[in-house]
Design a protein. Structure first.
Ligand SMILES: Nc1ncnc2c1ncn2[C@@H]1O[C@H](COP(=O)(O)OP(=O)(O)OP(=O)(O)O)[C@@H](O)[C@H]1O
Ligand SMILES: [Mg+2]
Length: 367
């Protein structure tokens, strides 16, 4: 085991505790993608590992030693742990090759010749063999980030930490940096990568940590987390789900209001007009059936309005619709007339009704 974190907690101030209780083990050769919503402590976690931040409590073992114990050699640790930042952090006044040679000469005591030979080799592997004598500002963002990766590799670290290495880049340059990282991963370098590039994470990592609620909320093999996560929040994040909620306390539903709210949501999330139209047809048809039943006195006194939830997955290009209401058992999918049933089947193939205690629910997926 290369890294182990136990009951890690980071409290910046009494109200700001991004990491409450984080536990993990990382083996040599692991490529771990760290994903999760903004503000869930992903950067904080990396900064605790490389000890740019001090944990409030808990322990971190790295390469057999407790990095949180007093007297631990932090400088020695930083030689073995490379870090690649979003903003490259190259030394502006040094040429690219000097940037790469600096650590090995100053910190590892290598001769300039040896450091130079290594730097030339590393710059070749990141596709910058002809840019060694440039200074950073003469390079594009993608080239600077590749140089920063070469610089980190020059220390021959036991693990490389990346904090959103492509998020400051022009989209045209993301691919070249990901290619370099992909090659590193294949060569067996242990890597921890905080990233929002989901398809890259899925392809390159063997493990995924989904961070939420103050720790690693769900972790697993990347094939499992990206396909069949166990927990609901992970699923919503992976599928990039956007949630629409709407409720009314009456049976006489303001369809124009509902339509206008849903259309705004659809517009903001770039839901296709065809899907938007079908969702509205489904909602209106089902709610109309239930309202009719309520008017006719069939729902009993328990009825107190509707709760509509629509979850849009950008990745799947589908909307999961759920309508809930209280009252007597009533299945609006079978109670309507022939036309209504055909319409519902047409817009939503898997619509279903169920009931638990005195709650009715219709669910379905619109594509
Ligand atoms: N140095 C700091 N001092 C005080 N609060 C901080 C500090 N660094 C981070 N935080 C707070 O800790 C929380 C977690 O921040 P962090 O940067 O680790 O999140 P993140 O998961 O990396 O988010 P993002 O995806 O936006 O980069 C946030 O609420 C942030 O405001
Ligand atoms: Mg961050």
């Amino acid at each position: 085991m290369l890294i182990k974190a136990e009951h890690l907690r980071k409290e910046y101030s009494p109200g700001i505790v991004p990491i409450k209780d984080l536990n993990c083990e990382i083996e040599k050769g692991d490529v771990v993608s760290i994903i999760g919503p903004s503000g869930t402590g992903k950067s904080t976690f990396l900064n605790l590992l490389n000890r740019l931040e001090t944990p409030t409590s808990g322990r971190i073992w790295f390469d057999g030693e407790d990095t949180t114990s007093s007297g631990y050699d932090l400088c020695g640790m930083r030689k073995k742990m490379g870090m690649v930042f979003q903003s490259f952090n190259l030394f502006d006044h040094l040429t690219i090759i000097e940037n790469v040679m600096l650590g090995p000469v100053k910190l590892l005591g290598k001769s300039r010749q040896e450091a130079y030979d290594d730097a030339v080799r590393l710059l070749t592997t990141v596709g910058l063999s002809d840019r060694g004598l440039s200074i950073p500002r003469e390079l594009s963002g993608g080239q600077q980030q590749r140089a920063a990766i070469a610089r980190a590799m020059a220390m021959n670290p036991k693990v490389l930490l990346f904090d959103e290495p492509t998020s400051a880049l022009d989209p045209t340059m993301v691919g070249e940096v990901l290619t370099v990282m992909r090659n590193l991963a294949k060569s067996g370098v242990t890597m921890l990568i905080v990233t929002h590039e989901m398809s890259f994470a899925r392809e390159v990592s063997n493990r995924v940590f989904y961070m939420d609620e103050g720790g690693i909320y769900e972790e697993g093999a990347s094939s499992v987390i990206f396909k069949n996560p166990v927990k609901e929040k992970t699923r919503q994040f992976i599928k990039n789900v956007k949630v629409f909620k709407w409720s009314t306390a009456e049976s006489g539903v303001d369809f124009i209001g509902l339509r206008s709210k849903f259309e705004t949501f659809a517009f903001q999330n770039m839901i296709l007009p065809d899907i938007t139209r079908k969702v509205m047809m489904l909602l209106e048809e089902i709610i109309a059936q239930i309202s009719r039943e309520e008017r006719d006195g069939g729902l009993s006194a328990g009825f107190d309005g509707f709760l509509v939830t629509a979850e849009y997955s950008d990745r799947e290009r589908e909307v999961r619709v759920e309508i809930k209401w209280n009252g007597a058992a009533f299945d609006p999918l079978t109670c309507g007339d022939e036309y209504s049933r055909i319409l519902i089947r047409h817009v939503c193939k898997d619509a279903s009704w169920d009931r638990t205690e005195d709650k009715n629910r219709v669910q379905g997926t619109v594509r």
